[in-house]
Design a protein around this ligand. Structure first.
Ligand SMILES: [Ca+2]
Ligand SMILES: [Ca+2]
Length: 235
């Protein structure tokens, strides 16, 4: 009797374990979703920081040596208001990063395609430490470039998916307009101070604008420099 109960109990435990989902197959993509506001212009570097994501042959994407100001290497991320995802548009061609035929299988190829608002062009950008990941908005796969130059979406993997030392060259705001209301005044420097006191949350674009001296951190020097910039422009 006791032995039978024990067997039943063990069997139950085994069944529970067997029926549990296999987490290894659904590894989560690490990182926090980045809020760029309405838009920002970004150069996506490879981990070495020397090559940048580049549109080539009119529709392919690869890493190529970085040249400052090369519009083929600058991508404008533009928020899609309906769901908060982003389209990622090449500045030179105006074509968007696009998943071929919207195939969401591991290894599906990625190129650029005219802006057509399709789900194949919707992406979410995640920040994981010092790198960005470009994730398909409707799957757990992220964009990567393999050593042979193949660009596709893959299960997250530090070696080939992991992009990219981020470099934001421009944002939807004008210089110093931290609150992005179209004018630069003391309210903007006040926002910097409030942000420093944890009294104000800035989105990624606003944080970049707030880093007025572009040294990578937002602190009181930015507020001071912005104040003198405002004073100078008022003269
Ligand atoms: Ca303002
Ligand atoms: Ca700064």
């Amino acid at each position: 009797m006791k032995i039978k109960n024990l067997t039943t109990a063990l069997l139950t435990i085994v069944l529970i374990i067997v029926s549990m989902p296999v987490f290894a197959d659904t590894a989560e993509v690490p990182g926090e979703i980045v809020d760029f506001g309405d838009w920002a212009e970004i150069v996506f570097f490879d981990p070495s920081g020397e090559k940048a994501l580049t549109e080539v042959n009119g529709s392919d994407l690869t890493f190529a040596d970085y040249t400052e100001g090369n519009e083929k290497q600058i991508f404008r991320v533009i928020r899609i208001p309906e769901d908060g995802s982003y389209k990622i548009k090449n500045l030179y061609s105006g074509r968007c990063i696009d998943l071929n035929n919207n195939y969401t299988a591991d290894g599906s190829r990625i190129g650029t395609h005219p802006d057509n608002g399709s789900p194949a062009q919707k992406w979410v950008i995640l920040k994981n430490g010092n790198t960005y990941l470009i994730k398909k908005s409707n799957s757990d796969l992220v964009m990567g470039i393999k050593e042979d130059g193949t660009t596709g979406i893959y299960k997250y993997n530090e070696e080939n998916c992991a992009f990219t030392k981020p470099n934001i060259v421009n944002t939807g705001g004008i210089t110093g307009d931290v609150d992005q209301n179209g004018t630069v005044d003391s309210r903007d420097s006040a926002w910097i101070l409030k942000y420093m006191l944890n009294n104000k949350v800035l989105n990624e674009s606003q944080r970049i604008i707030a880093d007025f001296d572009a040294n990578g951190s937002v602190n009181v020097r930015d507020a001071i420099k912005l104040e003198s910039y405002i004073a100078k422009n008022a003269e």
